[in-house]
Ligand binder design. Structure first.
Ligand SMILES: CC(C)(COP(=O)(O)OP(=O)(O)OC[C@H]1O[C@@H](n2cnc3c(N)ncnc32)[C@H](O)[C@@H]1OP(=O)(O)O)[C@@H](O)C(=O)NCCC(=O)NCCS
Length: 301
């Protein structure tokens, strides 16, 4: 993807995603302008310049498909993948995926992604090429009252805003709990040049880092994640603190379906389900030892 193709790719992401969900009887994913989706080009090119493949129609010159990928020390993560509805079912996504798998294989790295469980076109695209579902997540949203969440904080934990000095400890914790390394992403969120990210940390009373959680607040994406926590108690404390920063809004977030206590807490606060996702991996992965909250901005787990 070149700089002069950003507008067309943004339009493609917006139209293709909304078209798929709408024609399958579901709610729109992007409710704002198609130009809002330029956020994907902006953030991903900032983070990983030159890591978006596009498929162009030779007859019309139109962009028929696009896919971003994010090379990291431990893996390559993939997303967001889109094909224009006019070109669905012609093998375009499959071919983009093959090229990204080749890039990963050349570096002996696994490929990781999060795919919808409701969208079988997407689910089977990956499983047909050898990806294996690892974990199931439920997507929830919650309308946060203007005066904040009614939630009791625990004195056992200290929640603070993350700073660049915390990145090293965040990387270490995620490596230990999930086996992946992506300090570049954390630095980018915390630097927050676009003023759309928030990152918080949870420590115990001895100062030990127990988890962290990010979020994005932009017309194209109001989402909580990525995050990792040693256990559910930490997840609940961080999630409640982050939700409270979204007063008057309805952020979406992914929770492992096995995070029973967290899911119960979210329901008790009024949370509603809106999707189911699977994390999938091509190649080796370390089963996670903590509570993982993936996100689509950047799309990763
Ligand atoms: C999902 C999406 C990218 C697929 O694009 P596409 O170009 O139509 O996909 P392809 O034509 O390459 O088909 C993908 C593969 O899935 C297979 N497939 C589709 N439905 C299937 C099913 N129910 N069972 C088994 N295989 C299935 C196809 O046969 C094909 O495999 P093959 O090449 O081995 O025959 C496209 O529908 C899209 O953009 N959707 C909206 C946005 C979206 O959901 N993006 C994915 C986010 S993770």
């Amino acid at each position: 993807m070149l700089r002069n193709e950003w507008d067309e790719v943004a339009e493609l992401i917006h139209h293709s995603t909304n078209f798929w969900y709408q024609s399958n009887g579901k709610d729109l994913i992007f409710t704002g302008l198609s130009s809002d989706a330029i956020l994907f080009c902006q953030v991903y090119e900032d983070l990983d310049p030159g890591c978006c493949l596009i498929a162009k129609c030779l007859n019309s010159g139109r962009i028929a498909g696009s896919c971003f990928y994010h090379p990291r020390k431990s893996h390559i993560s993939l997303g967001i993948m889109n094909v224009s509805p006019d070109f669905f079912g012609q093998g375009i996504a499959g071919n983009l995926l093959k090229k990204i798998i080749k890039i990963a294989k050349d570096q002996s790295l696994p490929v990781r992604l999060v795919s919808s469980a409701q969208n079988l076109d997407s689910f089977s695209l990956y499983t047909r090429q050898g990806f294996t579902p690892i974990q199931t997540f439920q997507d929830l949203y919650l309308k946060i009252p203007e005066n904040g969440l009614d939630f009791e904080r625990s004195d056992d934990y200290l929640i603070t805003k993350a700073s660049l000095n915390d990145v090293e400890a965040m990387v270490k914790l995620e490596k230990k709990l999930c086996g992946i390394e992506r300090g570049k992403d954390f630095r980018y969120f915390i630097e927050n040049k676009l003023e759309i990210w928030k990152t918080i940390l949870c420590r115990d009373t001895n100062g030990e880092l127990l988890g962290f959680l990010g979020s994005v607040d932009h017309p194209a994406s109001q989402m909580i994640g990525p995050g990792i926590a040693k256990n559910e108690k930490v997840t609940i404390q961080m999630l409640a603190s982050m939700l409270d920063l979204f007063r008057g809004k309805s952020p979406v977030f992914l929770l492992p379906v096995t995070a029973k206590e967290t899911v119960k807490t979210v329901y008790s606060l009024g949370g509603r389900n809106c999707e189911i996702h699977f994390s999938q991996c091509y190649g080796e992965h370390q089963p996670s030892k903590g509570v993982v909250m993936p996100t689509f901005m950047p799309e990763t787990f």
